[in-house]
Design a protein around this ligand. Structure first.
Ligand code: ADP
Ligand code: ZN
Length: 292
């Protein structure tokens, strides 16, 4: 059985066809222009692919409330051409198949929970640290939605006493994304993150912020495992530094078996940057089941 997958990002759209085992059979990437240009390209790609359902993991914020009149819309995004745009509706009108819809990071959380490093666990979170910071939350076998959906990349953190950088988020001076996403690193140190590989101080500070956020997620969401992905996490030296700091911040307060083995608790994504698109395949599968 074939499923369509669409990872809708602010700069590019990844389109793929996969099967029920999460195997990606073909994949292309097109730039995100205006809906008037990009939507017909998406339709043209999927039209003759014989897919039973489509799964979309989208940049946001998006409306995930099935009872809302704007369900399936991208809502208040600063990417103005896409603000208040009925993404699901525009595609459904042409393809006439079930369409699963969630945030891009929730899709990645689902991909990892279905086929990756959190397979079989009751709960997990997936954090991407790249151009922005996003958090997908999987709880009791379901992706977490709430009033909106988690926007946990913008939680407020305590500044490191030696960090004079004011943060790169236009909304908050000291949120996780503004202090620790790729653009924040590059602005603070005036160099590409990848070129800072050997600068110990850079990654100590980065681990300090990531670990602080993780400690907060552990205390509030109590996930069974935490997966870290996104471009910045290609700096693998961060993992042991983050685990050490998490232990320090929690200071023995959370006493579970997992806390004694943080190397199995705070882990990299296992699906080699395909977690998002594979999660979209699973979103499509779930929506097909729901529609029957
Ligand atoms: P996006 O978040 O747009 O989906 P990525 O997850 O690839 O894309 O994140 C891009 C960001 O990650 C950029 O800000 C870049 O500086 C940073 N980045 C990409 N690769 C690396 C790397 N190997 N080491 C450190 N930072 C990286
Ligand atoms: Zn912010």
């Amino acid at each position: 059985m074939l499923f369509g997958a669409l990872e809708a990002g602010g700069t590019k759209m990844v389109l793929a066809v996969g099967n029920e085992n999460g195997e990606i059979l073909e994949q292309v990437s097109i730039p995100t222009e205006t809906p008037a240009i990009t939507i017909p390209n998406i339709i043209a790609y999927f039209k003759d692919k014989n897919i039973e359902a489509l799964g979309i993991g989208s940049f946001g914020p998006i409306d995930l409330d099935r009872n809302s009149s704007t369900y399936g819309y991208i809502t208040s995004t600063p990417k103005l051409a896409w603000a208040n745009f009925d993404l699901v509706g525009a595609i459904k009108k042409e393809l006439q198949i079930p369409i699963g819809f969630d945030t891009d990071v929730n899709a990645s959380a689902l991909g990892e929970a279905t086929w990756g490093s959190t397979k079989g666990l009751k709960s997990c979170i997936y954090i991407t640290i790249g151009t922005g910071v996003g958090v997908g939350v999987y709880q009791n076998g379901q992706l977490l939605h709430g009033m909106l959906h988690p926007e946990a990349g913008h939680i407020l953190l305590s500044k490191h006493p030696e960090d004079s950088f004011t943060g790169s988020c236009p909304y908050h001076q000291n949120c996780f994304e503004g202090l620790a996403a790729g653009p924040a690193i590059e602005k603070r140190w005036s160099k590409k993150a990848i070129e800072l590989k050997d600068e110990q101080k850079v990654w100590e500070l980065e681990a300090y912020y990531i670990a602080q956020a993780l400690a907060n997620y552990i205390l509030t969401l109590s996930p069974h495992r935490i997966v870290l992905g996104g471009g910045v996490m290609h700096q693998e030296q961060l993992f042991p530094m983050i685990r050490t700091k998490v232990k320090e911040f929690l200071n023995g307060y959370v006493c579970t078996e997992q806390m004694n083995h943080l190397e199995h608790y705070i882990v990299p994504a296992a699906l080699h940057d395909d977690q998002g698109i594979m999660g979209c395949i699973q979103l499509a599968k779930l929506e097909l089941q729901l529609s029957k």
